[in-house]
Design a protein around this ligand. Structure first.
Ligand code: ZN
Length: 55
């Protein structure tokens, strides 16, 4: 797992392994894949498929 117990920001449900999720994040200013992982850990917010489809 990349993240420790990620949660949906809408319903606060824990994201399960293999679950389809949507990620909300700011696009990084700097390029480079090694930085992306650290960036996601700090900046990414998840929305589960269920909540995403409700909108
Ligand atoms: Zn949700």
């Amino acid at each position: 797992m990349l993240w420790d117990k990620p949660k949906c920001i809408v319903c606060d449900k824990e994201i399960k392994a293999d679950e389809m999720v949507y990620v909300k994040m700011r696009y990084p200013k700097r390029k480079g894949f090694t930085e992306i992982k650290a960036f996601l850990r700090n900046e990414a917010k998840f929305i589960c498929e269920e909540c995403f489809n409700k909108k």
